[in-house]
Design a binder for this molecule. Structure first.
Ligand code: R5P
Length: 298
């Protein structure tokens, strides 16, 4: 039997919380937040938390403004009688600065993991950006549950794309691209990316002409500035392949990125709903519901 549990939505996460509540039968509420004129915030739970597992639901794109309310809410829930406190963060932030590239830099992935682990008992997330770390427990002391979207992405591609050729923009993407391609019964290619700055990316492309009758499907875990997708689209255009479809697990879309990718020639941009966006076409709520069940029934 499931322990008494309540899902609590932080602003912007109501739709996902409703889906999770429907799939799991767990009760739900909405955290009340108020911003005072001086910029400080007020946090209140509108329901009793006594004796419950409290599950805060907050996707962590644009994390800086979200994290302080989240920490206040986690602390308050313990004071208000929660027996344990978990976090569902479909998109997990601060995974990319996972080493000190230049002397003096902060390794923010580890600091962020420490902050979350110090306030939450467990964490459920979707495909975190693991590069130099291979498993979340190497970073997070809190128990972590990772769910993988590759089967759903493959399913979407199989049902919506004629003769797909799956393309990963860099070696890091091979882990998703290979899994997606295998399940979609499609060939795949991995390109070589060198990043020189936030929006300065160079892509080297192999010989792809023999795939001219396929539809290129660019698959990456994150779209942030869109530079990776835009550069890749430019290179594919030179090869006269069909207009590509861009698929990302997490559509962060920094200012103007979505429009810029379409302007660079993408036929369509498709994302999962780890971050709410008009391009969401792949629903990961069932994966998160399974992750939630694992987390609360260890
Ligand atoms: C890189 O390490 C990630 O897998 C993505 O390729 C990257 O985050 C995409 O960023 P942007 O859209 O800014 O090129």
């Amino acid at each position: 039997m499931m322990r008494p549990t309540i899902l609590v939505a932080l602003p912007g996460n109501d739709e996902l919380v409703s889906l999770l509540a429907h799939l799991t039968g767990v009760g739900h509420a909405r955290l009340q937040l108020h911003r005072f004129p001086d910029g400080e915030i007020y946090v209140r739970y509108p329901v009793s938390l006594e004796g419950q597992t409290v599950v805060l639901v907050c996707t962590l794109d644009r994390p800086n403004e979200k994290v302080l309310p989240l920490i206040f809410a986690a602390d308050a829930s313990r004071e208000l009688g929660a027996t344990s406190v978990g976090l569902i963060a479909p998109y997990l932030a601060y995974m990319r600065q996972d080493q000190r590239f230049k002397p003096g830099e902060a390794v923010t992935s580890q600091s962020f993991a420490n902050l979350i682990s110090n306030h939450f008992d467990w964490l459920v997330t979707v495909d975190p950006h693991l590069h130099r770390y291979h498993h979340l427990p190497e970073l997070y002391k809190a128990r972590s549950f990772t769910v993988q979207s590759a089967p759903l992405i493959s399913k979407w591609i199989k049902s919506n794309v004629v003769k797909p050729l799956i393309i990963g923009p860099d070696v890091e993407s091979e882990q998703w691209v290979a899994a997606v391609a295998q399940r979609a019964d499609a060939p795949y290619a991995v390109l070589a990316k060198t990043r020189y700055g936030d929006r300065d990316v160079q892509i080297a492309i192999p010989w792809l002409e023999h795939w001219w009758y396929h539809t290129p499907v660019l698959v990456d875990d994150i779209i942030s500035t869109g530079a990776t997708m835009i550069q890749t689209l430019g290179k594919l255009k030179e090869k006269a392949l069909r207009p590509p479809i861009c698929v990302a697990i997490h559509g962060v879309f920094a200012n103007g990125a979505h429009e810029a990718i379409l302007g660079a020639g993408a036929e369509r941009i498709v994302t999962t709903n780890t971050i709410p966006h008009k391009g969401n076409a792949i629903d990961i709520s069932e994966l998160l519901a399974a992750g939630l069940r694992d987390a609360i029934n260890p």
